[in-house]
Design a protein around this ligand. Structure first.
Ligand code: ADP
Ligand code: MG
Length: 389
């Protein structure tokens, strides 16, 4: 139904995923300190150095052990959010955790291997599978954008000029947005995949070490889905859902990596976005704060709606299984534990001011009229409406 204005109070859903031991950890005979109980939804961490200290146990909505399959992670965490976005809600999926714990594996995975695909590529097939099944005169318009925040600067990964830095702006009618960010209209899952590859290539532009770069930058892949349908009032209504898929910078503290100089500056700035994210979460859940510091970093400004606002949000906290990561693992679990208490208010976005579908439909109607009237005009329209058939 297009005329549903219902607001649902949703808590941010928090899940934890523990990756398997890697080759190096096996070789160095690191000990396993993380136990995952998928049935109870608990993560228990032991402190080996101090056997008298009782193990710490944390409970979450869902937890995934080292043998978890990408598709199960998708079905249990992302699928319901993507379904909501197809109905016109906003959605956000985050991966949070120390570098090397599987954030990118969870969000992207290995795109060329179907069973190793992560949340982002699995969502492509899901979105277009849904569109293919839509009936009647329902029309969809899907577009994507892809950006990176590095050193508190926003770069358009799909932009023509990779040297350009973009501004974060705000307008009362559409909220926070990025000026001049490219948006590509896509017609199928392959289009999306190609665009993602294009953005990927740009992620490494200017980076001397791609791993270092990706562990210090935040990447946001956004899919905007507009759907036009006849409502109960007999008129066409547009609903628009925005899905942010976020691969955050590594959450390890700079002390551990021994960063100095330029590297330290980067670490501080990354920590500005990440620590602001932490402060935003604290302010939202402590019940006393009257001020939530969204404006203190680019990341939290862009994701303002995702935390405490109009969005269905899921955070995946990624951790490693081994003893030498004990401190980081506990810190990630504490962070995730706090995030469980954030309350959002998601609603279907009906007839939003920035919908393109209505604008395009108007243009197409006008062009059709002109054609019928026999006007000799060169018709060029850069958009193809994904038609439900
Ligand atoms: N659940 C998992 N199963 C198998 N391999 C994983 C898993 N999670 C991470 N890995 C592997 O561990 C390495 C680090 O993961 P990555 O996603 O790059 O970490 P991050 O993005 O958090 O820095 C990669 O080689 C990745 O393939
Ligand atoms: Mg990564």
């Amino acid at each position: 139904m297009a005329s549903n204005k219902q607001e649902v109070s949703d808590k941010v859903k928090v899940v934890v995923r523990c990756r398997p031991f890697n080759q190096k950890e096996k070789m160095m005979c690191h000990k396993q300190v993380v136990m995952v109980d998928e049935i109870r939804g608990t993560i228990t961490v032991n402190k080996l150095e101090n056997p008298h200290e009782p193990p710490k146990t944390f409970t979450f909505d869902t937890v995934f052990g080292p043998d978890s399959k990408q598709l199960d992670v998708y079905n249990l965490t992302a699928r319901p959010i993507i379904n909501s976005v197809l109905e016109g809600y906003n959605g956000t999926i985050f991966a949070y955790g120390q570098t090397g714990t599987g954030k990118t594996f969870t969000m992207e995975g290995v795109r060329a291997v179907p069973e190793l695909r992560g949340i982002i590529p699995n969502s492509f097939a899901h979105v277009f599978g849904h569109i293919a099944k839509a009936e009647g005169d329902t029309r969809f318009l899907v577009r994507v954008s892809y950006l990176e925040i590095y050193n508190e600067e926003v770069r358009d990964l799909l932009g023509k000029d990779q040297m350009q830095r973009l501004e974060v702006k705000e307008r009362p009618d559409v909220g926070v947005y990025i000026k001049d960010l490219s948006g590509y209209v896509v017609n199928n899952a392959d289009d999306m995949d190609r665009i993602m590859t294009m953005g990927h290539k740009n992620r490494s532009v200017g980076a001397t070490n791609m791993n270092e770069h990706s562990s210090r930058s935040h990447a946001i892949f956004t899919i905007t889905i507009e759907c036009s349908e006849k409502g109960v009032d007999g008129n066409q209504h547009v609903r628009m859902g925005k899905l942010h898929l976020v691969d955050l910078a590594g959450s390890e503290r700079q002390g551990k990596t021994g960063a100095t100089g330029q590297r330290l500056k980067e670490a501080t700035k990354i920590n500005l976005s990440l620590s602001t994210l932490g402060n935003v979460i604290s302010a939202l859940v402590d019940g006393k704060s009257t001020h939530v510091p969204y404006r203190n970093s680019k990341l939290t400004r862009l994701l303002q709606d995702s935390l405490g606002g109009n969005s269905k949000t899921m955070m995946c906290a990624n951790i490693g299984p081994a003893d030498y990561n004990y401190d980081e693992t506990i810190s990630t679990l504490r962070y995730a534990n706090r995030a469980k208490n954030i309350k959002n208010k998601a609603r279907i976005n009906e007839d939003p001011k920035d919908a393109l579908l209505r604008q395009f439909q108007k243009e197409i109607e006008e062009l059709k009229k002109k054609l019928e009237e026999g006007e000799e005009e060169v018709i060029s329209t850069s958009v193809v409406l994904a038609r439900a058939s």
